[in-house]
Design a protein around this ligand. Structure first.
Ligand SMILES: [Zn+2]
Length: 77
């Protein structure tokens, strides 16, 4: 049976749908009996939802060039 530590380790995979059916069942069973993990998962889902609603900032050509030159400079070290 999963414990709370297992739940925090697997929570993002659960939210992203990357767990097997067996793992999801074990995860869901723990959520049934543990209010703390239900609250944790609720917060995680809120955070993930907010992250996906924030539009990605587009880089200007100057910013992109600056990133490329920094990467190239770091590879030269
Ligand atoms: Zn728990």
């Amino acid at each position: 049976m999963l414990n709370c530590r297992d739940i925090t380790k697997q929570a993002s995979d659960y939210v992203d749908g990357h767990l097997s059916v067996r793992q999801r069942l074990a995860f869901a069973f723990h959520l049934l009996i543990c209010g703390q993990c239900r609250a944790f998962l609720r917060q995680l889902r809120l955070a993930v939802g907010m992250y996906h609603r924030v539009p990605a900032k587009e880089l200007s050509a100057e910013e992109a060039a600056a990133v490329v030159s920094k990467v190239l400079a770091s590879k030269g070290e």
